[in-house]
Design a protein around this ligand. Structure first.
Ligand code: MN
Length: 298
């Protein structure tokens, strides 16, 4: 069992995480995995009152400074749910700190905090963008990374808020029925899904919207990854009876971006991405009543 006082201490001061022994982190990983394995691939979150708020957070990429600002905002917004859209690790200076902090929040209040899988919550991407090496530098033993893999394998892919607002990391899959088919399947049953459904999950993590485009087209991001235009987006939303889609995965100079007649909101919650590019405003989203409101972290 994890002590509450330990969770409180690292939530209060996440810089302590760098000093923790692996044995202590192991407890965090195991406890978090246990919770995620009870969840479904598509989370179904219900707001009891229309004015209940849901806070949605985009890519963090090891930007602990932005995450700590968000922690202050989480307190002020007092929302019913907080959904992280993934891409917590890779690229930034405090990847492990960000990951463990998000897991600590999950363990502390599992009915409030949700963590969806981004394309950087995979070993293959971590090998190329920093987290795997960062982890090896700290803990030396590649076998210890199995704990991280177990975590990645247990994460949900999408959250459906009041059956009408879909939250995910990348974009809509080519197969519109995938969301319905995935509903009710537990994350621990992911090995039972067929190849087509697995492709939809990959596209949920990787796809991007593109204005002035028809249908789905090839993406530079990889095989099976697609750009999607407004026509297929509208069809997808109609078929799944959805009002809004909230996603992350892309960085914009203005901090966030609306697409497709303000029905798709793209947010990005790291201001100091890679530390080398000029900082941009980081953003998050608030879902309240039946609308989605983009916000800038100041
Ligand atoms: Mn991404």
């Amino acid at each position: 069992m994890i002590e509450q006082s330990f969770l409180d201490r690292i939530i209060e001061n996440p810089y302590l995480i760098a000093k923790l022994k692996f044995k202590k982190l192991l407890l965090v990983f195991r406890e978090a995995v246990k919770l995620f394995r009870e969840e479904t691939l598509i989370l179904e979150l219900k707001k009891e009152h229309p004015q209940d708020k849901v806070m949605v957070i985009g890519d963090l990429h090891g930007d602990l400074k932005s995450l700590m600002k968000l922690m202050e905002i989480i307190k002020k917004e007092n929302s019913k749910y907080v959904i992280f859209l993934g891409d917590i690790v890779d690229r930034g200076s405090y990847q492990l700190e960000c990951l463990i902090l998000v897991l600590a929040l999950k363990i502390k209040d599992s009915n409030k905090y949700f963590f969806l899988k981004g394309n950087h919550e995979t070993l293959e991407v971590n090998r190329n963008y920093g987290f795997y090496q960062d982890f090896l530098n700290r803990f030396k033993d590649p076998k210890k990374f199995n704990q991280v893999k177990a975590l990645y394998n247990a994460l949900p892919y999408s959250a459906l808020v009041n059956e009408s607002i879909l939250c995910l990391h990348g974009g809509i899959p080519e197969e519109f029925n995938a969301i319905n088919r995935l509903r009710g399947i537990k994350t621990s049953e992911i090995n039972l899904i067929d190849e087509n459904t697995a492709k939809s999950l990959l596209q949920i993590m990787w796809n991007d919207p593109k204005p002035n485009l028809e249908g789905f087209t090839e993406s530079f991001r990889g095989r099976e990854v697609k750009f999607f235009g407004e026509d297929v987006f509208s069809d997808f939303m109609r078929e799944n009876k959805l009002d809004y889609l909230v996603r992350a995965h892309e960085r914009f100079p203005e901090g966030y971006k609306w697409f497709f007649n303000k029905r798709l909101l793209s947010i990005f919650s790291s201001a100091n991405y890679r530390g080398t590019l000029a900082p941009i405003p980081a953003s998050y989203a608030i879902i309240r009543n039946k609308t989605v409101i983009p916000k800038i972290i100041s």
